[in-house]
Structure formats: C-alpha cells, structure tokens
Design a protein around this ligand. Sequence first.
Ligand code: NAD
Length: 340
Amino acid sequence: MAHRVTLIPGDGIGPELAEATRRVLEATGVEFEWETVDAGEAVIAEYGTPLPDHVLESIKRNKVALKGPITTPVGEGFRSVNVTLRQTLNLYANLRPARSMKGLDTRYEDVDLVIVRENTEDLYAGIEHMVGRDAAESIKIITREASERIARFAFDYAVANGRRKVTAVHKANIMKLSDGLFLESCRTVAADYDGKIEFEDRIVDNMCMQLVQKPDLYDVLVLPNLYGDIVSDLAAGLVGGLGVAPGANIGTEAAVFEPVHGSAPKYAGQNKANPTALILSGALMLRHLGYPDAATGVETAVRDVIAEGVATTYDLGGSAGTSQFADAVIERLASVSAAR
Ligand code: NAD
C-alpha cells in the first residue's frame, strides 16, 4: 500500500532538498504517493497568506507531512507558518535527535541525545502586552495536562527506542509555580515507568554546562518549550550543526517532519545546500510510518557517505552538490539493504 504523504517543498533551498529527500525515501522501496502543496513566500501573492487552507487540509487528511523550511517574512504581519502549523494541528511534541557522525569536525565523538520539547505553550503561547510605555509583560503558561502529555511522550519514546533514561529540565528553583508544575508532572509520569526507565531532573543552566562538558551522561531530555528550543540548538551544535539536524513535530492527529534549519535564501537554486537534515527527518518519518528497518537503512547510508567524506556538501568541507550527495546516499542504501 502506498503511503499518501503531504510534501511541502518550502522556500529558498527547500525545493532542492525536498527533491533529494524524495528520491532517497523512494529508494528504500517503501511506496509513497506524494501530495505536493506549496506554502511560504511564493504563494502569498496568489492566496494572500503563506499558509493557504488547502495546505492544512492536506496535512489533516494525510496525517503525515514532510516539510522543507519556510521563510518567515519580516515585518509583513504574517504569523510564522511553522508556529501556526504546530498550534493549529496541535503538534504538541517536538522531537530532535542529536547523534554524532564520523567525519564531522566536532568536539565529541559519541553524543547520542534526544531532545523532546513541549511545542504548544510556555512563553510561545504569544501572550504579551505593554504595561504603560516602558515595560512589557510576556505570560508563561504551563499546564499539568500539557506537561504530563509531553513527559509521557518522552517516556514512551524511551521505551520504544531502547533508551535508558529521561532527564526533565526546568528552572523550578526560581519559577516555583510554573516550572514547579512541569517538574511535578514529569515526576508523576515517571512513577509509571519506575524500574523500566531511569528518571532524574536538572536545572536548565546546569544542564547547559553539563551538556557542553559531559554530554555522554545524558540520553532523552524533556523540556518546556523555550528551554527545549535553546537546548536543542545546543545539542545540534555538539553533533555538527544545522545542516545535519533533523526534527519532527508530532501530535495525536498529525505529524510534520522537518529539518531544524531555515530556508538559507542565499544558496537557493544552486544545488549547494546539504540535504542531510531533511533526509534524516524523512528517516524519522519512515519510523513513524512503521518502517524501522528502512529508517535505519537511510540513517546508516547517510552516516556512511558523510564518514567517507567524498560526496559531502560545502558546509561539511566537501564540494559535492545537493543532488550528488543524494545520489551517493542512494547508491550506499543499495549495499546497506543488500547486507541486511
Ligand atoms: P538558516 O537556517 O536558513 O541559515 C543559517 C545558516 O546556516 C546560513 O549560513 C545558511 O546558509 C546555513 N544553512 C542552513 N541550512 C543549511 C543546509 N541545509 N545546508 C547548508 N547550509 C545551511 O537560518 P536563517 O538565515 O536565520 O533563516 C532564513 C529563513 O528561514 C528565515 O526567514 C527564517 O524565518 C526561516 N526559518 C525557517 C525555519 C523552518 O521552516 N522550520 C526554521 C528556521 C528559520
């Protein structure tokens, strides 16, 4: 049965990365029926919005989308497509694995972290106002329901993926009510996994220092929205940066898989950008669709090509183009699959 998946190529480097990723995913043998819809800068003139209704309808119908980066126009009054998608489709969990790869010039060799970020509330609820002329107030919303839901997601992910520990990250020593509630919710959920998955907590500032000094001590991290945003970039930096950092936004009704990086407009249309992050987001999608072997095959092929260092893109020190990198991954995929 072919899987119907919404494909949003996106802006800037998005379309060339999406094409490279589509080719790699199809080379796994899993059958896809792509429903390609456009969102972003290119459609504003036609629809008056970067996120037309039919794009949302397509994701709701297919329940799975693969999405390239989308430019957020500055100062034109449009909300970020990415934030709108997450909130409208209630994609409450943002999953960002960060794993070291051979061949990349990084400080550590064996980082293997999974960041689980709450995606719907905290300071990103967008509730802020001026208090008079000279003060501004942003409201931080933390609820028991959303905190327990994200904690359960982190523990379930840990169980399903053979991970050993979940660390809750917070600042409950200062924000005793909001972060206190987040921590309490994580502890409540942790009790259900007692004996199966280890649980601990860290204050966010200490967490950042520990991740920089000894990332190997950590496994799955669960964080409220703002800390999750910051710490996931820190984790991406530990393993080689934006070009190789995949992501997934997962809810009960739909899931959208997208790279962490943006649309890098200066490289658009040059067959230059690195498709690794979108390809690895596609591997997360394969796992979500129930194809763990195909997902591992793609991840192994990408890692092998990067370790070999012959067909890598400019950001990894190579001179291959986007499509040549994809060709090398597809070639490698054939031998990885044959070896299994
Ligand atoms: P960016 O991620 O586009 O670029 C940052 C730097 O990383 C640039 O030097 C860029 O050339 C490089 N880079 C990014 N992806 C790369 C890749 N795949 N291969 C090689 N190099 C890569 O961030 P930015 O410049 O801050 O943002 C550009 C636009 O993207 C903005 O409009 C922003 O709002 C948008 N954005 C979208 C998303 C998303 O769609 N999820 C995420 C972040 C930024």
